[in-house]
Write a protein that binds this ligand. Structure first.
Ligand SMILES: NC(=O)c1ccc[n+]([C@@H]2O[C@H](COP(=O)([O-])OP(=O)(O)OC[C@H]3O[C@@H](n4cnc5c(N)ncnc54)[C@H](OP(=O)(O)O)[C@@H]3O)[C@@H](O)[C@H]2O)c1
Length: 242
């Protein structure tokens, strides 16, 4: 049997390391969103499959017998599609979905359902740190009159899409202390964050709490109706039970 591990998260890397140590037949797949992704301890293919038809062809040609989906909680299209295709073909599918972040006593979060809603809460003149990545930046076009800073992993090849903003290059992980120092140095007034969950990237929220910074927290998209686990250990159990 050959497992397809849809990767792109810290959990995917951990699963890959364990499966590799156990000698489990598996192939990892990355979309190729960053130019130099962290190494994965499994044979890895990179790039989209070429839509639904391309994905079905890939499953057949690579002899995939099960799919473990460890993509980002906001990568809704690939998760939806994979769950649906696997169900239709009788292929075992499981998603690893880490728990969401939830506010603590000192947090000043405003829950929003989509990027476009941030403009309703962030006042004119504010310096806004977009910890939301390059994808979806266009959805903040209504944040006119604010100064935008969007953190990206790779040095940008194109100019910032709006006159009122700039990119800031930074490769995670970041410590809470470094995040706090950065927000203070940049004079950040608001943070915009996707509710990705997980320990690896929560340092910005720890820093925001310490500085009393308000956060616009974007809710996750709906997840597929499918088998789901919350931890790497549970995912490994699922693979071993196949
Ligand atoms: N670390 C992060 O912060 C992080 C990481 C990933 C995603 N995200 C967020 O998630 C959202 C969407 O991300 P996304 O574009 O990755 O997902 P997506 O919108 O669900 O998927 C779009 C397309 O990318 C390809 N794809 C996605 N994951 C793949 C994988 N593991 N292997 C091969 N192809 C894959 C597929 O292309 P084909 O149709 O050609 O097969 C898929 O149709 C964005 O908001 C992004 O910011 C954040």
């Amino acid at each position: 049997m050959t497992l397809l591990l849809l990767a792109g998260t810290a959990e995917a890397q951990q699963v890959a390391r364990i499966l590799s140590m156990k000698g489990h037949a598996a192939i990892a797949s990355l979309v190729g969103a960053t130019r130099s992704p962290r190494a994965i301890d499994l044979p890895t293919r990179i790039g989209g499959f070429g839509g639904e038809a391309g994905f079905v062809l890939y499953l057949e040609s690579a002899g995939i017998t099960a799919v473990l989906d460890a993509t980002h909680p906001f990568a809704a299209r690939i998760s939806d599609r994979t769950a649906r295709i696997c169900a239709a073909r009788g292929l075992p599918y499981c998603q690893i979905l880490r728990p969401e972040w939830s506010p603590e006593a000192d947090d000043r979060w405003t829950m929003i359902a989509a990027e476009e809603e941030a403009a309703a809460y962030i006042p004119a003149g504010a310096t806004v740190f977009l910890a939301t990545g390059r994808q979806g930046l266009a959805r903040f076009s209504n944040l006119t009159g604010r100064h935008l800073i969007c953190r990206v992993v790779d040095p940008p090849e194109t100019a910032f899409p709006f006159a009122n903003g700039k990119f800031l290059v930074g490769r995670p992980p970041f410590t809470p202390e470094a995040e706090r120092e950065l927000f203070e140095r940049l004079g950040v007034d608001w943070l915009v964050v996707k509710n990705a969950g997980g320990r690896a990237s929560e340092s910005k929220l720890v820093a925001a709490r310490a500085c009393g910074l308000p956060v616009a927290m974007i809710a996750r998209p709906p997840q597929p109706v499918a088998q789901r686990v919350a931890t790497v250990a549970a995912a490994i159990d699922w693979v071993q039970g196949l």
